[in-house]
Design a protein around this ligand. Structure first.
Ligand code: HEC
Ligand code: HEC
Length: 195
């Protein structure tokens, strides 16, 4: 049975009663000390394989932590990191990282030809329809502009192979299914260096 947004939301006590709780970003900041070594002091990761979390969509962050905790998004590093998080921790961490100013990664070694190819692919596949015009994300669809290129490429390859299941209507499994390795490299370059 495919899980629906509503079922997932109920499990997390989210949209069923959206105002029944208030996330505490300050408590999230305290809990986030355990995350800094990898995700950066201000949520901006310097490691190309570790995603930047600063300014990411709150709801997206919460879902990913729930999926790491349950093993639905299987990752040997993040699984153990999320195992002990309570629902309250997850709400607070989401609020905290979403509140941080988004960073721009260092624009090193940009390949302009690859970037242009990536732009054309993003238009062709209508990535902005879900990820917002400037790829800044909305709700459960994450910001993908200015994320690390290597991480973006891995994420797309993981959706394509099924290693990372997409949520709800399986939007990303479908979006990534027809991408070639070259397409993924081009899209990752375009988004990482998005202007
Ligand atoms: C030892 C390093 C490490 C630590 C510590 C760590 N993370 Fe991660 N995190 C990662 C890696 C690596 C990934 C990428 C996993 C993948 O490739 O799918 C990740 C991914 C994530 C994602 C998914 C982001 C996205 O764009 O999908 C979230 C959310 C996250 N981590 C939150 C946290 C939080 C909250 C903490 C602290 C409680 C934390 N992490 C601690 C290494 C770490
Ligand atoms: C129908 C809506 C939709 C379309 C079209 C779409 N996406 Fe997504 N995308 C999503 C959603 C929703 C998620 C979060 C899914 C999840 O929970 O794993 C996501 C996640 C992602 C992620 C993971 C980001 C991270 O931080 O781990 C990347 C990368 C991504 N999309 C890139 C793209 C690209 C590139 C395209 C166009 C080829 C695209 N998406 C098209 C809805 C969409």
């Amino acid at each position: 049975m495919r899980m629906t947004w509503a079922m997932l939301a109920m499990g997390l006590g989210m949209s069923a009663a959206p105002h029944a709780w208030a996330a505490d970003a300050a408590a999230g900041q305290a809990r986030a000390e355990a995350c800094q070594a990898c995700h950066g002091a201000q949520g901006i990761s310097e490691n190309p394989e570790i995603p930047t979390l600063a300014g990411q969509q709150d709801k997206y962050l919460q879902w990913q932590l729930v999926f790491f905790r349950s093993g639905r998004r299987a990752n040997e590093i993040m699984g153990p990191m999320a195992a002990d998080l309570s629902d309250e921790d997850i709400r607070n961490l989401g609020a905290y990282f979403a509140s941080l100013p988004a960073g721009t990664p260092p624009a090193a070694d940009i390949d302009p030809v690859l970037r242009q190819a990536g732009q054309a692919l993003a238009e062709q596949h209508r990535c902005a329809a879900c990820h917002n015009d400037t790829f800044s994300g909305k709700q459960a669809a994450p910001a993908i502009a200015h994320q690390h290129r290597d991480y973006l490429a891995k994420a797309l390859a993981d959706y394509r192979s099924g290693a990372r299941p997409s949520t709800g209507v399986a939007a990303m499994t479908e979006a990534a299914s027809s991408l070639s390795d070259d397409d993924i490299a081009a899209l990752a370059q375009f988004l990482a260096a998005y202007q």
